[in-house]
Write a protein that binds this ligand. Structure first.
Ligand SMILES: [Zn+2]
Length: 296
């Protein structure tokens, strides 16, 4: 992993917020409730069980046993708490999480992708909770949705699959060719190519889980994404918040660079975002769309 030098925090005037308190504030605010799905899955026929799985299976029991091979951290598939996952940007709401090692390699890969292909790599959907898998499965069974794995058996439910956009979803594109050739060296395999109905966009992270990475860092800034709309700015505002500093991140590439450097990342509602700004004494006037500056 990359490591930021263990700089001492600058001598803090009394008005400044200790970094530990800042992290506590943001961590508490970004806790996300896990949605529990109550509906029971319908029985499946052998043919459709091959949906979005890397190995052929003939029964629900086989599919569940196969999926259990990828279990980690003592969690159930699709029921991994957000606090155990690493946030990533993803366009499907609520899916912006991956297992920590998969996310770290994704950030490294996205930097290489951007420099080679000329645009940022983007995730359409990452982690998928049980309720959403259930919904996808029901739609697949009804003939109205994409290929979907039986609920409880998708690698999306372990936080180790990602569906990519940025033209990776277009077979034969430069982006897809780069990913097929290079993603495996980051532990990401183009497994969707082998689905019964090929999915150019689907990749699985195949590295073995060895537990949370330990990262030595001592930063006075954190990266914060506002998941709601901010007054005068709109939705999707991403900023580094620090001791009386704020900088607007204007591109996914900039965000990914910060993430690759292990800058702590949080997602906050509009209300929590404004509260954090107030707690840090960052003036509301700093909230400007497309800004690119440091406040001192
Ligand atoms: Zn997928």
């Amino acid at each position: 992993m990359h490591e930021i030098g263990s700089r001492e925090a600058p001598a803090a005037p009394a008005a400044q917020l200790p970094r530990r308190r800042l992290l506590g504030l943001l961590g508490a605010a970004s806790a996300v409730a896990v949605v529990e799905a109550l509906a029971s899955p319908s029985r499946a026929s052998a043919a459709v069980l091959l949906g979005e799985t890397t190995k052929g299976v003939d029964s629900v029991e086989e599919a569940l046993a196969e999926a259990a091979q990828s279990a980690w951290g003592g969690y159930s598939n699709g029921r991994v708490p957000a606090s155990a996952l690493t946030p990533v940007l993803a366009s499907v709401a609520g899916s912006g999480y991956l297992r920590q090692d998969a996310a770290a390699r994704y950030f490294d890969m996205s930097l290489a992708f951007a420099s080679a292909v000329g645009r940022p790599l983007a995730i359409t959907e990452g982690y998928r909770d049980f309720a959403r898998q259930q919904d996808y499965w029901n739609r697949y069974q009804a003939g109205t949705g994409n290929l979907a794995a039986y609920p409880g058996t998708s690698n999306h439910g372990w936080g180790i699959s990602a569906d990519f956009g940025a033209s990776v979803d277009v077979a034969g594109s430069t982006a897809k060719r780069w990913m097929d050739a290079n993603a495996p060296s980051y532990g990401w395999q183009p497994t969707g190519n082998g689905f019964s109905r090929p999915e150019a966009w689907h990749f699985d992270y195949t590295g073995a889980w060895t537990g949370p990475l330990t990262v030595a860092r001592d930063l006075e800034v954190v990266l914060v994404r506002c998941t709601g709309s901010l007054p005068g700015v709109g939705a999707g505002f991403i900023a580094t918040l620090g001791i009386r500093t704020m900088r607007h991140m204007s591109s996914t590439g900039m965000v990914n660079v910060m993430r690759a450097l292990d800058v702590p990342y949080y997602e906050l509602s509009s209300t929590a975002f404004l509260d954090a700004m107030d707690a840090l004494a960052v003036p509301r006037s700093a909230l400007v769309g497309n800004a690119d500056y440091w406040l001192r």
